[in-house]
Ligand binder design. Structure first.
Ligand code: C5P
Length: 412
């Protein structure tokens, strides 16, 4: 267990609500890890969860009686469910099944776990786990959006092999990773009552795109997505309704943000179009400029004699330029990013004009400790009649400054 997780969670009272999925067995390990980090853990289980793991196992690991029903008078006498809801510093639902997410999203209170989640004022985190088709279903996506819109933190799911022999997004995050997210995030804050972007609709693109060549290879780039995620998080903290269109990255969805995962430039273009109309578009993604003319359904082979291989590539759509030209998108401000290695200011201003942007944020890449993959950056924002320098700082701080600038430019 990392020292930071131990420091952040020491003494915290965590109510772990276990849903009815096969991943419930991993929640046993979760209890152990949370306790190792110094947290006090109490466990509540749905009826479904008890089909997979016994309350006794959780009792042994948590060192506390486990709650399974609203109707146990002995347990209620020891600590009523409302008292338990008040006891918690934070509530974690893991695994959160599709059904449990739906019931939480709609405020049902028809069993112990949903009643606890409705009754508590503690921050709520959910770690979904389900079949990948259920996770991708629009009904589940809408339920997750309702939850994140209320400030619920969604942890995972991971992409990979699933219990029923299929593969895709739907695996419960590994217990160690869940604990790290809880420790890192602090308390997931509810959206502020009044922020600089209160009620504004903001669409942010982030991360790289992957352009598939064949079933095993793709063209990608080194964008980590950190800056775009930080902008989405900062906008949500300022009260905006944020849709984050994310390329393939391993980053947590910021609290209060609706995330749409995509892979290719074409998918990103469609997801961005579907998220419009909006008030602000921030194109922070490093969209591939070229994609293979044709996807090869079978693996491209080395030929016997050839020492070279030429790839036939075609231009991708320029999402940012397209969005900036759309008159039906309702946009009041379109913000682009420019990653340049030299002549940063010139190229940035050229792009500002050529792509019809309101603001462009330029940063120098290829400098150690800045740009791609780094947690820090230094950047300059340009708009037609002005510019502002952002000295080197963590991307999280820079994103806060940028969101303040966006709010100012909206007033201008
Ligand atoms: O032209 P360049 O790729 O340097 O411009 C970078 C900006 O344009 C970024 O904001 C990026 O998100 C956006 N972009 C885009 N679609 C592309 C290429 C770039 O939206 N195909």
């Amino acid at each position: 267990m990392s020292p930071s997780a131990t420091a952040a969670l020491a003494g915290q009272r965590i109510l772990l609500c276990v849903g009815g999925g096969i991943a419930a067995y991993k929640s046993l390990e979760l209890v152990r890890r949370l306790r190792e980090a110094g947290a006090e853990v109490q466990v509540a289980m749905t009826a479904g969860a008890q089909q997979f793991v016994t309350p006794l196992s959780f009792q042994a690991l948590s060192g506390q009686p486990v709650r399974t029903t609203l109707w146990d008078s002995a347990a209620e006498q020891a600590m009523g469910h409302l008292e338990l809801a008040r006891w918690a510093d934070r509530v974690l639902v893991a695994p959160a099944t599709a059904d449990l997410l739906a019931r939480l999203a709609h405020g049902l209170a028809d069993d112990l776990v949903t009643t606890l989640c409705l009754a508590t004022e503690a921050p709520l985190s959910v770690a979904p786990a389900m079949n990948h088709r259920m996770w991708r279903h629009p009904a589940t996506a809408a339920n997750v959006a309702l939850l994140t819109g209320r400030g619920v933190q969604v942890i995972g799911p991971d992409d990979g092999p699933l219990a029923e022999g299929e593969s895709g997004p739907g695996r419960l995050r590994e217990p160690e990773a869940i604990v790290a997210v809880l420790a890192a995030g602090g308390a997931p804050a509810a959206p502020p009552a009044e922020g600089l972007l209160q009620g504004m609709r903001v669409v942010v693109s982030a991360g790289p795109t992957y352009e598939d060549l064949d079933p095993v290879r793709y063209l990608g780039n080194r964008s980590s997505g950190k800056m775009g995620f930080a902008v989405a998080a900062a906008a949500a903290r300022q009260g905006a309704q944020v849709v984050l269109v994310a390329g393939p990255v391993h980053l947590e969805t910021p609290p209060g943000v609706r995330r749409v995962d995509v892979r290719s430039a074409e998918q990103m273009r469609e997801a961005v179009a579907a998220a419009l109309p909006a008030d602000v578009y921030v194109g922070a993604a490093a969209v591939a400029d070229y994609t293979p003319r044709a996807f090869s359904p079978s693996k491209i082979k080395k030929t016997g004699t050839g020492q070279t291989l030429a790839l036939d590539l075609v231009r991708t759509p320029d999402i940012l330029a397209e969005v900036a030209q759309r008159e039906d998108a309702g946009l009041k401000l379109v913000v682009g990013f420019a990653a340049e290695t030299d002549n940063v200011a010139d190229y940035a201003r050229q792009k500002l004009t050529a792509k019809h942007l309101d603001l462009i944020v330029a940063n120098r890449v290829g400098v150690p400790g800045s740009g791609f993959e780094s947690d820090d950056n230094a950047m300059t924002a340009y708009w037609p009649a002005g510019e502002r320098d952002f000295p080197p700082a963590p991307k999280v701080r820079l994103a806060e400054g940028l969101v303040e600038l966006i709010a100012q430019r909206l007033q201008a």
